[in-house]
Design a protein around this ligand. Structure first.
Ligand code: CS2
Length: 482
């Protein structure tokens, strides 16, 4: 047992009740899926039966397996609401594998006829695509590796080689259901899977194209990374030690395109999942209204010294800023999905962000900005430019990202920038001495910024960047420009 853990509590164990048969492999088992998709799937099995037990796969890191397997893969979801914390022990996960340790075992499982769905949360960068175009990055080292080797390293490699084994065994493909925050995420994963399959075996690409199903999904629940103190808190609350609890807000939503191989899926409709023919409008609403403002609050909030989103939301300057973003810049560029009122959605987000029990660090959300900005912020900026609508708040957010990736905060302290392009971003920014040069150099990264948008944004972005350097994030927002 690690030092400092509450050793007086017995370890959580899986309940003795009948466990479901296997049906799903999940690639990238982290906190989010365990508090979102896995909860819905467990509830769907409880409501309507079906064998949809989940095997989680970590691609690289054994930490999740090492925490979960000794406790029978059970874990606690602690819902942190205004009325207190509510623990719920989940038993839907049946096993956890580490792909890097045993790729053959993972491929064998993907070719198992019991597996009918592969779900994914591998974050934006896990799709090895160019965020601005959606095309597979054929020079990505993992993709170069997976084209040349039958034992893959990337999530996409596992999907393609898993499909290959199923085709060779005369089985139908599994449905690929991505749960990552990308627009038209089903089309994105379908596109990169087909690109990779074509490079490996063109006939396989045709087979996947005809028989494969890649439903798009909109996923939503705020689930900050579990912190060491959370383990202690969970143990004191339930009397059992869980080395992998997850902390989540009460709200959750899942909108799924009803498009599965042989219609085989858990009875998600029975537990509040919205099954629809087209998810696009829901994805745009969520990615722009939630994730777009999350990222804006993350960069500006971090620079202003706010550790979490709820800290930023306790600051009236940030409250007014986020309300202006929704009202003046984001909502006017959206088409509401059927049954949604965007003003009410914004009001609900305001309350969700303000929940002080959720300690969601601005630093965590600031991660991987190069992969997030296009769908969260740049799409709205493009639409606003076309409509002749001003976007001072979102432009300030992009300027704050530029400041942030420069790697030095407003007090002159280093920032630990986590991003697949971190080294390049830093070099590009350091290579220029003045604000105009830095902004222009960062805008020239075509995998993030389409060239038309870059050209149009440059003057205002340079102004905003200069204001951040001169006055700091909080005073710049307060000064009213944004
Ligand atoms: C956040 C999301 O970390 C981030 O970038 O914006 O994880 C966000 O909390 C979820 O998408 C909420 O559904």
């Amino acid at each position: 047992m690690e030092a400092g853990l509450p050793a007086e509590f017995p370890r959580l164990t899986a309940s003795g009740q009948n466990r479901p048969g296997l049906g799903i492999v999940h690639l990238g088992l982290g906190a989010f899926f365990r508090a979102h998709g896995a909860v819905y799937i467990a509830e769907a099995m409880a409501a309507s039966g079906g064998d949809w037990g989940i095997v989680g796969v970590s691609l690289q890191n054994p930490t999740m397996r090492d925490a979960l397997v000794p406790q029978g893969c059970a874990y606690t979801v602690l819902t942190l609401g205004p009325d207190g914390d509510v623990p719920q022990v989940m038993n839907a996960v049946q096993d956890v594998l580490v792909a890097r340790e045993n790729p053959e075992q993972v491929l064998g499982l993907l070719a198992d006829p019991r597996i009918r769905i592969v779900t994914l949360t591998v974050t934006e960068k896990g799709y090895c695509h160019e965020p601005s175009t959606g095309a597979l990055n054929r020079t990505h080292p993992d993709i170069v590796h997976d084209i040349a080797n039958p034992l893959p390293v990337s999530a996409l490699g596992y999907l393609v080689r898993g499909m290959q084994r199923r085709r060779d065994a005369g089985l139908p493909p599994f449905t690929v259901m991505t749960c990552d925050n990308l627009p038209e995420n089903g089309s994105v994963v379908r596109g990169v899977v087909l690109d990779l399959a074509r490079a490996i075996d063109p006939a396989l690409a045709d087979w996947i194209k005809t028989k494969g199903r890649f439903p798009s999904t909109m996923v939503d629940r705020i689930v900050p990374a579990t912190k060491p103190g959370d383990i202690d808190r969970q143990a004191r609350m339930t009397g059992q030690l869980d080395l992998a609890p997850v902390m989540a807000e009460p709200f959750r939503q899942w909108v799924v395109e009803d498009n599965f191989v042989n219609d085989a899926r858990p009875d998600l409709g029975a537990v509040g999942v919205q099954l629809v023919p087209d998810v696009t409008a829901f994805e745009h609403m969520k990615l722009r209204m939630l994730n777009g403002t999350h990222s804006s609050l993350a960069y500006l909030g971090y620079l202003a010294g706010h550790e979490t989103i709820s800290d930023a939301m306790a600051d009236p300057v940030f409250q007014a800023y986020v309300r202006r973003l929704w009202a003046n810049e984001i909502i006017p560029a959206l088409t509401p999905p059927a049954g949604e009122d965007l003003n009410a959605y914004a009001e609900a987000l305001f309350k969700r962000y303000s929940n002080p029990a959720i300690r969601h660090r601005t630093w965590q959300i600031a991660m991987d900005g190069s992969q997030k900005l296009p769908q969260r912020i740049l799409g709205t900026l493009t639409d606003n430019l076309k409509a002749g609508r001003a976007s001072p708040g979102l432009i300030l957010a992009v300027a704050a990202w530029m400041r942030y990736v420069g790697g030095v905060d407003e007090g002159g302290n280093p920032i630990e920038v986590k991003d697949p392009l971190a080294a390049r971003l830093r070099a590009v920014s350091d290579g220029q001495s003045d604000a105009g040069g830095k902004v222009a150099a960062l805008l020239s990264l075509s995998e993030i910024f389409p060239s038309d948008l870059a050209r149009a944004l440059k003057p205002e972005l340079t102004e905003a960047y200069l204001a951040l350097v001169r006055s700091g994030a909080r005073r710049t927002i307060e000064g009213g420009a944004a």
